[in-house]
Design a protein around this ligand. Structure first.
Ligand code: BJ8
Length: 384
């Protein structure tokens, strides 16, 4: 039973979750739990949950170790990739330190090649992700990769992933997904009952809470507190604030600056289409299907720009624009992320057909471009 807490304290618990999670993970390790580190939404973490392993998103969102990474990696590489490697090389990510296995994926070329180097530091298993969603061969490859990961996990941790346990893990994760979707769908209300920054703190922070039951309770408590306060007349966001949907590369840590700048310019982020938000929580894994078929179809259909073509991103973005009554869409592209940078044109053309203003901005993990972001974003918001 969780004690009754006030809303600021609840938000703090999520924004602090990454730091608090270090201690929680240390305790779990002392209890003999196995840990699997991941970097990407395509990794089917249900395979780990099914046998009581702890999946964790590895440090990749700050510029703290980019200098270290650049001793090995080229400078003009995506900061997410440099940070991922830098934290491991500098041994500065406790989650990396505690990971018994790191599971990577061949999403973009930069990550794929970085994993070769990471493999010299940690035990890395790379999933070969097809870059097309409709060819039968792609599905067959992805199914094979899911089964290969299953075997690797069984061998590494001396466990057996039974179909029944996998089914339960799918249900458990679906429950969390549904609750997180409920969290961000609160902002369908006008004005939204929480800022985009608060929403981000929950969606980003939740991945560092490792106790499923407590997490579920805390999310339910958060939703009911936010709803109650709103119904009691507490409206933290101005009714005049323009409603923005954020799309593009994953946001969190250093790139929180993107949301801050949008909200300091008088608008509000109502939804995140990217991996920090709806891309991860919008859909459910089919509980009525055979579990491996269900996993394979669910994960292969994630609408990331590494897929070509990538219709699922347009479908989700269009749906969010309608549902959240978006006034505009802002895209954050990390420096040197070619797939998102190239796909910007398609996104812009798609949004034109819906008369929704769109702007794409490139950034990195430094704070050096904050003024430039402010100038461009405030001009965009003014014209809405
Ligand atoms: S499913 S968005 S988490 S790949 S690392 S592609 S930013 S150049 S992170 Fe991603 Fe999985 Fe897709 Fe989501 Fe670009 Fe950087 Fe590559 Fe990146």
């Amino acid at each position: 039973m969780i004690e009754q807490r006030e809303l600021p304290e609840i938000f703090e618990s999520f924004s602090d979750a990454r730091k608090q999670g270090f201690i929680a993970m240390k305790i779990l390790k002392e209890q003999g739990k196995g840990v699997v580190g991941t970097f990407c939404t395509y990794v089917p973490i249900e395979l780990f949950l099914a046998v009581g392993l702890i999946p964790v998103g590895l440090c990749s969102t700050s510029d703290e170790t980019i200098g270290e990474a650049e001793k090995v990696l080229p400078r003009n590489l995506c900061p997410l990739i440099k940070a991922s490697y830098g934290f491991a090389a500098a041994d500065k990510c406790p989650y990396m330190y505690f990971s018994d296995l790191v599971v990577g994926e061949t999403t973009c070329d930069g990550k794929t090649k970085m994993y070769e180097l990471l493999g010299k530091i940690k035990d890395v298993h790379v999933m070969d992700l097809p870059h097309n969603q409709d060819r039968p061969a792609s599905r067959a490859t992805w199914m094979e990769e899911i089964k290969r990961l299953k075997s690797r996990v069984e061998e590494k941790f001396g466990v057996t992933i039974t179909t029944e346990k996998l089914r339960q893990a799918i249900q458990q994760r679906n429950k969390e997904r549904a609750l997180l979707k409920n969290v961000y769908e609160l902002s369908v209300m006008n004005p939204p009952p929480l800022s985009g920054l608060q929403q981000l703190q929950i969606l980003f922070g939740v991945q560092f809470k490792f106790d499923h039951e407590k997490k579920v309770q805390e999310l339910k408590e958060t939703i009911s507190k936010i709803t109650d306060e709103y119904q009691n007349g507490k409206h933290p966001v101005a009714a005049t604030a323009k409603r923005i949907i954020v799309t593009g590369c994953p946001i969190g840590g250093a790139t929180e600056k993107f949301t801050r700048v949008i909200e300091e310019s008088g608008a509000v982020v109502v939804a995140y289409e990217n991996c920090t938000g709806a891309k991860q929580f919008d859909r459910q894994i089919d509980e009525s299907a055979e579990p491996y078929d269900a996993l394979c179809d669910y994960y292969l259909n994630i609408g990331c720009s590494v897929m070509s073509p990538n219709p699922n991103r347009l479908e989700l973005l269009g749906r969010l624009c309608d549902q959240f009554k978006a006034d505009g869409v802002l895209e954050m592209v990390l420096q040197s992320c070619h797939t998102y940078a190239i796909e910007s044109y398609t996104i812009g053309e798609f949004l034109k057909t819906r008369n929704i203003p769109f702007m794409s901005l490139e950034t990195d993990y430094s704070s050096g471009d904050t003024e430039q972001l402010k100038t461009r974003i405030s001009a965009f918001i003014e014209m809405l």
